[in-house]
Design a protein around this ligand. Structure first.
Ligand SMILES: *[C@@H]1O[C@H](CO)[C@@H](O)[C@H](O)[C@H]1NC(C)=O
Ligand SMILES: *[C@@H]1O[C@H](CO)[C@@H](O)[C@H](O)[C@H]1NC(C)=O
Ligand SMILES: *[C@@H]1O[C@H](CO)[C@@H](O)[C@H](O)[C@H]1NC(C)=O
Ligand SMILES: *[C@@H]1O[C@H](CO)[C@@H](O)[C@H](O)[C@H]1NC(C)=O
Ligand SMILES: *[C@@H]1O[C@H](CO)[C@@H](O)[C@H](O)[C@H]1NC(C)=O
Ligand SMILES: *[C@@H]1O[C@H](CO)[C@@H](O)[C@H](O)[C@H]1NC(C)=O
Ligand SMILES: *[C@@H]1O[C@H](CO)[C@@H](O)[C@H](O)[C@H]1NC(C)=O
Length: 250
């Protein structure tokens, strides 16, 4: 236990040092534009978890969030397959995008949510947008199976990443040459520009975002936002109660 803790602390210290070098690339006092990509059957909390955190940030630092999709039609979380909604429940909201792939502004941070829709074969326009936008962003953040969507878009080659542990067998086959980390609340990859941070399933995205707030803005903001949300944070990126046991390079 003692040794494990010390090792974990060492890894964390190293990653914070690495990050403080990279963090200089993002001017915390400058306005930041975050873009969240929407697609049919996105996961609701993958989008609104980060949105919630960023809304709190926005009262202290100018923060813009744009919601981007192929058209301006509302995008629903409702399953396309009847088998995924056998009782035809109306439990699925829609979100109206603010921009299309062609009207979206330049982004500082590209956020890719997950959800069952990441596997939709008809996502070419979405994948094209991700492929062309990611290299121009200062940071890419994926939540849950958003990392599998990113892999499909081809932006995860040579990267290490994590994903939704319940979707693990499918997600890890999504793209070429990604090292999938089986035990991580979130993973930070700095191997090339821009850095890519990927979280584990759904609520792990909130822990990733609070860590992002701490690194990009300040620690007090992250602590206070977690308190306002009454969210019990996992602060150690290596702690994963939903861990898988095999690293996959695929
Ligand atoms: C950071 O952004 C603020 C506001 O846009 C600007 O006033 C300041 O000069 C910038 N600092 C650096 C180091 O770029
Ligand atoms: C499912 O519910 C929608 C309304 O939400 C309705 O239009 C549709 O006909 C229903 N489908 C079935 C198979 O019951
Ligand atoms: C996580 O994976 C499980 C199992 O495949 C799936 O039911 C769930 O919808 C996934 N969550 C997201 C947000 O993709
Ligand atoms: C989508 O892209 C794939 C791979 O590039 C291609 O094979 C397929 O024909 C495209 N589909 C459409 C509808 O353009
Ligand atoms: C796969 O990625 C690693 C870095 O993680 C790189 O060293 C290697 O050359 C890549 N292999 C291929 C076939 O792209
Ligand atoms: C966030 O940080 C700013 C700058 O230090 C501070 O003015 C503000 O009160 C903080 N907000 C919260 C919610 O902690
Ligand atoms: C990994 O987990 C599976 C089932 O969850 C188990 O069968 C297997 O033995 C485990 N492998 C290792 C190396 O622990």
């Amino acid at each position: 236990m003692g040794i494990v803790r010390v090792l974990a602390a060492g890894v964390c210290l190293l990653s914070s040092l690495l990050f403080s070098i990279e963090a200089a690339a993002v001017n915390a006092s400058a306005p930041l534009t975050y873009g969240i990509v929407l697609f049919r059957m996105f996961d609701v909390l993958d989008v609104f978890g980060p949105t919630e955190v960023l809304q709190f940030v926005s009262s202290s630092f100018k923060t813009d969030i744009v919601y981007i999709a192929e058209t301006l039609d509302p995008v629903t979380t409702r399953p396309t397959l009847a088998a995924m909604n056998p009782l035809n429940s109306s439990a699925y909201p829609s979100l109206t995008p603010t921009h299309t792939f062609t009207t979206a502004p330049e982004l500082d941070v590209l956020i890719l949510a997950g959800g069952p829709g990441w596997r939709n074969p008809a996502l070419n326009a979405t994948l094209d947008y991700i492929r062309t936008t990611a290299p121009k962003a200062k940071q890419v953040i994926t939540i849950c199976t958003g990392s599998a969507l990113a892999a499909r878009a081809g932006i995860m080659a040579g990267r290490k990443a994590t994903t939704n542990k319940s979707s693990w067998p499918n997600a890890v086959t999504a793209g070429p040459n990604t090292t999938w980390v089986p035990s991580a609340r979130w993973v930070e990859d700095y191997s090339s520009e821009p850095p890519v941070w990927s979280s584990s399933g759904v609520t792990a995205g909130i822990d990733l975002m609070l860590h992002w707030v701490e690194q990009t803005y300040n620690k007090e903001n992250a602590t206070n936002i977690a308190k306002f949300m009454e969210h019990v944070r996992i602060r150690d990126p290596t702690y994963d109660p939903f861990a898988r046991n095999e690293t996959v390079v695929a």
